[in-house]
Ligand binder design. Structure first.
Ligand code: AMP
Length: 236
């Protein structure tokens, strides 16, 4: 009899430990980055060993967020990144989620960082394979470069109005987004990252429950990769 109590007690304790590791959250930020701006921001980056990325937005990450605007992070060290679970997604990962960190590498370090910091906090909704799969599917669904081009906004190094950029994206995807800017090497404010709100299943775009404050000038540069932007200053 005593041993049954002991087993039940152990089960209860392990359940408590497990459930305390499953983080809840309210929605996701799906964050895409304009890759030339990442290289420009610190004047240098390294292209992945798998080749120079196409001139496009790349995925930065899918970040669980709470309605009180806290970002849970590093939620479950018992579920470390395991590339073997996403082998079928590898070619899309290389295309749509390229690393720009130095020294040059194949991207696994960046994906592991995003999984360990953010992905482990969405385990209540998505396992590792689903987390990367839905993120890649969101990139397919939201073609920001095409949406901007449709409105005549092209990565030609010219300045465009923030209002026009926001309106073009709203017309294209049906929702407001948050835009983050950075300064290029000449000190010009430029388009850097776009935050899109997504429901907690990771599949539907939603109106953002609250406004994330990010400051940009009224007019911002939308540029190409410079000829000498690859270098050695971004590291994870
Ligand atoms: P996070 O911790 O998810 O906010 O991501 C920030 C970290 O990711 C910083 O160390 C950045 O330098 C790094 N990072 C952002 N974009 C990239 C990228 N495309 N490739 C490699 N590292 C990146």
């Amino acid at each position: 009899m005593k041993s049954i109590y002991f087993i039940l007690l152990n089960l209860f304790i392990s359940q408590c430990i497990l459930s305390s590791q499953v983080q809840t959250f309210d929605f996701f930020y799906f964050v895409q980055q304009w890759q030339p701006a990442l290289c420009d921001k610190k004047a240098a980056c390294c292209y992945p060993t798998t080749g120079k990325p196409a001139l496009d937005f790349g995925i930065h990450g899918l970040w669980p967020v709470n309605n009180n605007h806290t970002f849970p992070s590093f939620c479950n060290e018992n579920s470390p990144f395991d590339e073997n679970q996403i082998l079928d997604l590898m070619s899309d990962m290389q295309k749509d989620w390229p690393t720009l960190a130095c020294p040059k590498n194949n991207g696994k370090k960046f994906w592991a960082h995003e999984w360990n910091k953010h992905g482990t906090c969405s385990l209540s909704m998505l396992d590792m394979h689903s987390y990367f799969q839905v993120t890649l599917a969101l990139k397919e669904k939201v073609n920001l470069l095409q949406v901007l081009k449709n409105a005549g906004i092209r990565p030609d190094g010219r300045s465009y109005g923030m209002k026009a950029i926001k309106e073009a994206i709203k017309n294209g995807i049906g929702h407001d987004v948050v835009i983050e800017c950075s300064n290029d090497v000449f000190g010009n404010n430029q388009l850097f990252q776009v935050y899109i709100c997504v429901d907690k299943t990771g599949s539907d775009l939603i109106e953002c429950p609250m406004i994330l404050k990010r400051k940009c000038d009224e007019n911002i540069v939308f540029g190409d990769f410079g000829s000498d932007t690859e270098g050695s200053s971004i590291s994870l």
